[in-house]
Design a protein around this ligand. Structure first.
Ligand SMILES: NC(=O)c1ccc[n+]([C@@H]2O[C@H](COP(=O)([O-])OP(=O)(O)OC[C@H]3O[C@@H](n4cnc5c(N)ncnc54)[C@H](O)[C@@H]3O)[C@@H](O)[C@H]2O)c1
Ligand SMILES: N[C@H](C(=O)O)[C@H](O)COP(=O)(O)O
Length: 353
């Protein structure tokens, strides 16, 4: 692969000094999010986490911690800023919305609490009362039953920030890899019709800007995949690469971005290829998410690029099958909290435009 030199990075200083605490939404309370939020607070010092607070769910969080054999000190707060004062002693919880979940058995009350917590946490980040929002995983089909009309939280956040759905870009980031799905929660049969040069250039520009602003890369290298086997093999296995993807890449290169491709996706995630780029822009959901969840499941973070606010989430879902059983690993939740704190500190320090 055509591999430019590694992009230098700018590192923020004082990543624990973000002015406002991080707001955490509960996700589906019957899933693993509450126990992992509790576990992350218990590990806050060793993990070096910035202060955070949960939006609602004091009882839920206590029950979730108990399912892992912990007694969790929880303290109600009335304003986000109070989280900074008490974070060392107790897990701050803002608001009294709650339920008594049966772990592994999602219900309507839980879906309503999840939606309320997500909405409130997002609002707090939008107004600046929270420095970032970390969202617990939701089951989209269950939230749809209580009025959630979006394919996922990414599109919900875009609308809450008065942006179009394509202006909020999903990136999965782990220690070994960053990937972006160009098309996201779409049936596979629709994907070829959704891939356009405009969508590729639009999302690639958002990715490049965000990797500079929020991740401190100086000149991010973006590898763009093909859609078809062998990136179309010169048109013998599909023409999207020739008609759509290559012209978009040429346009981005003309703008001075460090973009390569279209790359055959099958080999792009091998170790020797990964050192040649900072992010892979892939054509559809599973092309992007299979490699990262295979390589980095326990430390993978879903981060939304292009928003005026910072939003991260663990890469996993609700995992109802293991909720409340002291099995779920807190690694990705801790990584999401850490990344939110670091990105908030970068923006607060104004290191980069
Ligand atoms: N950020 C989000 O909101 C988000 C992300 C992915 C999936 N989901 C939703 O979650 C629901 C379940 O999706 P799924 O089953 O495809 O994915 P999942 O991530 O919930 O589970 C996949 C597998 O990984 C295991 N697993 C998940 N998290 C784990 C952890 N922290 N430690 C150990 N094992 C873990 C599960 O037990 C399961 O075997 C769906 O409704 C989906 O929409 C939400
Ligand atoms: N596509 C994501 C995944 O599989 O991990 C996930 O569904 C989360 O999407 P939102 O952040 O848009 O809810």
């Amino acid at each position: 692969m055509d591999s430019p030199a590694p992009a230098p990075t700018v590192t923020p200083t004082g990543t624990r000094s973000s002015a406002a605490p991080v707001a955490v939404s509960l996700g589906d309370p019957a899933g693993i999010a509450p126990e992992l939020i509790a576990e992350a607070w218990l590990q806050r010092r060793a993990a070096g986490l910035s202060p955070f607070f949960a939006v609602g769910g004091a009882l839920t969080l206590g029950m979730a911690a108990a399912s892992r054999g912990h007694t969790l000190p929880v303290r109600q707060i009335e304003r986000p800023a109070q989280a900074l004062e008490i974070f060392e002693e107790a897990l701050p919880v803002l608001g009294e919305a709650d339920c008594a979940p049966q772990f592994g058995a999602p219900d309507e009350a839980g879906a309503r609490l999840a939606l309320h917590s997500l909405t409130e946490a997002t609002d707090l980040a939008r107004t600046g009362a929270a420095g970032a929002v970390v969202t617990g995983p939701i089951a989209k089909a269950r939230l749809a039953t209580v009025g959630f009309a979006h394919p996922g939280q990414t599109e919900f956040l875009a609308e809450a920030c008065a942006l179009g759905p394509d202006d909020a870009v999903m990136m999965l980031a782990g220690p070994n890899l960053r990937t972006v799905p160009l098309t996201v929660h779409e049936p596979l049969a629709r994907v070829p019709g959704l891939i356009t040069p405009e969508l590729i250039t639009h999302k690639a520009r958002i990715v490049a800007r965000a990797l500079v602003r929020d991740f401190g890369l100086v000149a991010p290298r973006i590898a763009i995949t093909g859609l078809n086997p062998h990136a179309g093999e010169d048109g013998r296995m599909g023409e999207e690469e020739i008609r759509i993807i290559a012209p978009a890449i040429a346009q981005l290169q003309a703008e001075g971005l460090a973009v390569t491709g279209p790359h055959p996706a099958d080999a792009l995630f091998a170790a020797h290829e990964r050192s040649g780029y900072d992010v892979a822009l892939c054509m559809y959901h599973d092309q992007a998410l299979i490699p990262i969840k295979t390589l980095d499941f326990d430390a993978g973070v879903n981060v939304t690029l292009g928003l005026p606010i910072i939003r991260t989430s663990p890469d996993h879902g609700t995992a109802f099958g293991i909720a409340g059983r002291n099995i779920a690993s807190p690694g990705a939740m801790i990584a999401a909290l850490r990344m939110a704190g670091e990105c908030a500190a970068r923006r607060a320090a104004g290191l980069l435009p």
